[in-house]
Design a protein around this ligand. Structure first.
Ligand SMILES: C[S@@+](CC[C@H](N)C(=O)[O-])C[C@H]1O[C@@H](n2cnc3c(N)ncnc32)[C@H](O)[C@@H]1O
Length: 335
């Protein structure tokens, strides 16, 4: 697996909430008890104080994280073994269908209880995902670049991008009205630069009110994992219609064998292979590069990038070392 810059956010990090989905809890909006967390002791290494100090020497500016050249074989072997254990879902078909088709309810509830603290600003993404495109390559000579963010939420991708470059005209959709309300209430919201953000569920129909073939960049940042895999091909076809010829989809999301997948991998959370439901009722899919390649091939996108990125997360106080894995891809519209 190849390396790439990365950093976790609040929902990705180690305080991922439970895993047992309990509708009563959801209705009362209370969190599950800690004992419902799956114990992943065997995937989290304990090191000595001295080893921890040595690891800290290697730290990057992000603090507790170390970019890895590759995912350690030992971790992967344990993770594969854990995932291969049979886990049969106990979620009924009726609820499975609700999670698939009614996710706006669950996301809206999520944003009502988490407000805009749900996802930290993704400040590190400019350099990792956009700098080359905007300054060195494809769009370097273009004065204005139109970007459409799918599942923009409260703007955790948008605001850092707007801070870093004046080149972007920003558009966004999200299926949660509450998320967009919070986004528009943010003091940094600037209607001159944020041209249009509105409520739309990308799994239900084409995007209304925006002209087709008018976007240079479409972003899917931790959004596709929240969508049921049955919708992926139709969603990519829809997004393709919005792109200019030569436009690109910038994708980043959870990858298979990530620590959070192992935590989810129990009967109360598993819906199907690599697909889980959080206690909030929102979906979480874990991608492999093979799945990304299949989507690209079925929707006739050219894949310019399709790779895993990995980081080692250090808990200095407890002398613990964890591994997180994500996936990044760049889809080019060649039509
Ligand atoms: C994990 S959050 C990521 C938010 C944001 N992109 C970020 O990087 O922090 C997933 C977002 O996708 C939105 N979303 C989920 N399914 C969607 C759909 N079918 N159509 C539009 N937005 C959707 C959710 O409301 C949520 O804001």
């Amino acid at each position: 697996m190849e390396k790439k810059e990365n950093q976790s956010n609040q929902q990705e990090n180690n305080s991922i909430p439970s895993l047992e989905l309990n509708i009563e809890m959801l209705q009362k909006n209370t969190k599950p008890k800690k004992k419902e967390y799956r114990n992943l002791g065997e995937l989290i290494s304990r090191v000595t104080k001295q080893e921890m100090e040595e690891l800290i020497q290697k730290q990057n500016t992000a603090g507790r994280e170390i970019e890895l050249a590759e995912i350690p074989e030992e971790y992967l072997a344990k993770a594969k073994k854990l995932l291969s254990e049979e886990t049969t879902s106990t979620i009924t078909e009726r609820w499975a269908n609700k999670y698939k088709e009614e996710s706006s309810k669950f996301w809206d509830k999520f944003y009502k209880s988490n407000k805009d603290h749900a996802f930290k600003d993704r400040n590190y993404f400019y350099q990792a995902l956009f700098e080359e495109l905007l300054e060195k390559e494809r769009f370097k000579d273009q004065e204005r670049v139109a970007l459409l963010d799918i599942g923009c939420g409260t703007g955790s991708t948008m605001f850092p991008l707007l801070r870093r470059t004046k080149k972007l005209d920003f558009y966004g959709i999200d299926l949660s009205p509450k998320a967009l309300q919070l986004l528009k209430e943010n003091p940094e919201f600037d209607s001159e630069r944020v041209k249009n953000v509105f409520v739309h569920d990308i799994t239900k129909s084409d995007i209304p009110d925006l002209p087709e073939k008018s976007f240079d960049i479409v972003t899917l940042i931790f959004t596709l994992s929240a969508i049921h895999p049955d919708h992926y091909v139709p969603v990519f076809r829809r997004l393709k219609k919005m792109l200019k010829p030569n436009g690109v989809i910038v994708f980043r999301d959870y990858a298979v064998y990530d620590l959070s997948q192992l935590r989810f991998n129990q009967k109360e959370n598993k819906l199907s292979e690599n697909l889980y439901v959080r206690w909030t009722g929102t979906l979480s899919y874990f991608f492999s590069t093979e799945v990304i390649a299949k989507i690209a091939s079925e929707t006739e996108f050219k894949l310019l990038k399709n790779q895993y990125t990995s980081r080692q997360i250090l808990n200095r106080k407890k002398c613990l070392v964890m591994h997180r894995i994500w996936i990044e891809a760049l889809f080019e519209n060649t039509n």
